[in-house]
Ligand binder design. Structure first.
Ligand code: HEC
Length: 131
């Protein structure tokens, strides 16, 4: 829900979303968030490389992703679901946290991915997608 508010207010500008969020009222955002929260998560259909999944699992343990995103990686409160999400989306999201280009993002993630290589981020995305 916060993401839509941040986009509407221009704190997190996402060009592809701009036209859709600009006229949303707070009540619309609450209703949309409620609707999407009730939908069963759809798993990615991307092919996952087992070696990268394994490397990502080790990194995830080391960096304690589960402490915020839960052991299932199902997310809770403001921590989004990672389990089954698309690799390409999560790869881009984590790179944007690392490179400080995800405007308006909660800064907790920038600290987590600070100093990671693209290959490490890719491995983490594979592992999270596999959960
Ligand atoms: C200290 C708590 C914390 C830890 C530890 C943490 N995260 Fe996050 N993560 C967050 C928060 C909060 C957000 C939402 C940030 C925002 O506003 O964009 C987030 C967002 C994300 C997103 C973007 C998801 C989306 O749908 O946009 C990904 C991907 C992600 N985290 C992966 C990870 C991985 C992988 C790890 C372990 C390497 C990890 N996180 C560890 C708190 C945490």
């Amino acid at each position: 829900m916060n993401q839509l508010i941040l986009m509407r207010e221009g704190v997190r500008p996402v060009e592809a979303m701009a036209a859709f969020v600009k006229d949303l009222k707070d009540d619309d955002i609450v209703a949309l968030a409620g609707y999407f929260a009730q939908q069963p998560p759809k798993r990615t259909d991307e092919a996952l490389d087992p070696a990268r999944v394994k490397a990502g699992e080790a990194l995830s343990t080391q960096l304690r992703c589960a402490s915020c995103h839960l052991p299932s990686l199902g997310g809770h409160e403001q921590m989004p679901r990672l389990a089954g999400q698309r690799v390409d989306y999560m790869f881009d999201a984590m790179k944007a946290y690392r490179d400080n280009t995800r405007a308006g993002a909660d800064t907790q993630m920038s600290a987590v991915v600070y100093g990671l290589s693209d290959a490490q981020i890719d491995a983490l995305a594979h592992y999270a997608a596999s959960r």
